[in-house]
Design a protein around this ligand. Structure first.
Ligand SMILES: Cc1ncc(COP(=O)(O)O)c(C=O)c1O
Length: 356
């Protein structure tokens, strides 16, 4: 059997990882910053990196903490705000791990549909009329799995609503910098004036997932509480990866790699769109302007769960839509184009089409 071509994981194929830049940055971290990089830190993680991130967002350094990837940041925020019965609005579809974490905490889900320009804010307003909502989880840019980006108008409206109704917006934003054309609209963190937004991001998509580095940015008092919890649980996040990310920023290698990542992911996105046109011409989808994912609709009556089993056997796995939905999603599927080098994309989609 030929090598598996997997559209399943939201992870970069190894050739997208800037191993040489990471090697150089790690050597520099161990040369110039070894005492910080190799010691225990406190809950906020590497202080130099926190400052750097704070500058990027134009907020005080006390509003930032480094985490071991953004999933951990999200999990901490959820544990902080959610207990059994807490009403939490989630996008439909949404990142499967988010749904799982919230379910484990006993959240009461308030499902809100996605449109081509992100969360259906009118539907959220209707849901708010039905009862108070504590937390709204939003993936604003190049959504996982839907690929869409929240419009600026909706960002402003959501931030207004959060101040009016007193809910927290969790802005789960690991794909912000991975744009192929124009950069996305401003973060909700930058629009918020009522301390209602907690922003989360990651270096998994811009450096490497294995370094497990991400961060939370938000109101200083909330970050201080979360950093205390972090310190009680694991003392500090990985200080060496914090140090190497800072070195990447300082040397310019971070920005240089971003250019490379954008270009190469755009090439994969284009190859996938072309392959879908030739092998699955009835599939409907919006072309994502960045990120890792394309969300396809195979039409009424399709069963992507059964198809995913057959595609796996045919050597081209993907994740069916049902994994990202609280209900339904049988006709939908998620392609990760980050995980497949461009020259294999046509063959991979061909394998899926051959068992569709
Ligand atoms: C929306 C979203 N949030 C969080 C994560 C977690 O990323 P990490 O923990 O690697 O930063 C992902 C990863 O795919 C994601 O798509």
């Amino acid at each position: 059997m030929a090598e598996t071509i997997s559209f399943a994981r939201g992870a970069p194929s190894p050739d997208l990882i800037p191993v040489e830049a990471i090697r150089t940055a790690t050597a520099r971290a161990l040369e110039d910053d070894w005492q910080t990089a190799l010691s225990y830190g406190v809950g906020i993680g590497h202080p130099g990196l926190c400052e750097r991130i704070a500058q990027t967002h134009g907020i005080p350094a006390g509003g930032v903490m480094v985490t071991n990837g953004s999933l951990e940041g999200g999990a901490m925020v959820f544990r902080h705000l959610v207990s059994p019965g807490t009403r939490v609005a989630v996008e439909q579809p949404s990142y499967d791990r988010t749904l799982l974490l919230l379910e484990q905490l006993g959240a009461e889900f308030v499902p809100i549909p996605l449109e081509s320009d992100g969360l259906d804010v009118d539907a959220l307003e209707r849901a708010l009329e039905a009862g108070p909502i504590e937390l709204v989880h939003v993936i604003p840019n190049f959504h996982n799995p839907a690929g869409c980006t929240l419009s600026e108008e909706k960002r402003r409206r959501l931030v207004e609503l959060s101040a009016e109704h007193g809910f927290t917006i969790f802005e789960d934003d690991p794909y912000r910098e991975v744009y192929f054309g124009d950069p996305p609209p401003p973060t909700m963190l930058s629009i918020d004036e009522a301390d209602r937004v907690i922003h989360s991001s990651s270096y998994s998509k811009t450096v490497s997932p294995g370094i497990r580095a991400g961060y939370l940015a938000g109101p200083e008092a909330t970050i201080a509480q979360l950093a205390k919890t972090a310190n009680e649980n694991y003392i500090s996040p990985n200080m060496l990866s914090g140090s190497l990310v800072l070195q990447l920023y300082e040397s310019g290698a971070y920005e240089e790699n971003l250019g490379e990542v954008r270009e190469r992911l755009a090439e994969r996105r284009d190859a996938l769109v072309e392959a879908l046109g030739s092998h699955l011409p009835d599939a409907r989808f919006e072309v994502p302007g960045g990120g890792y994912f394309l969300w396809a609709d195979l039409g009424e009556g399709a069963d992507t769960v059964a198809l995913s089993e057959r595609s796996k056997e045919a050597g081209a796995p993907f994740i069916p839509g049902t994994d990202f939905m609280l209900d339904g999603g049988w006709n939908l599927l998620r392609f990760s184009f980050a995980s497949v080098p461009p020259d294999l994309i046509d063959e991979g989609v061909g394998r899926i089409a051959s068992v569709a």
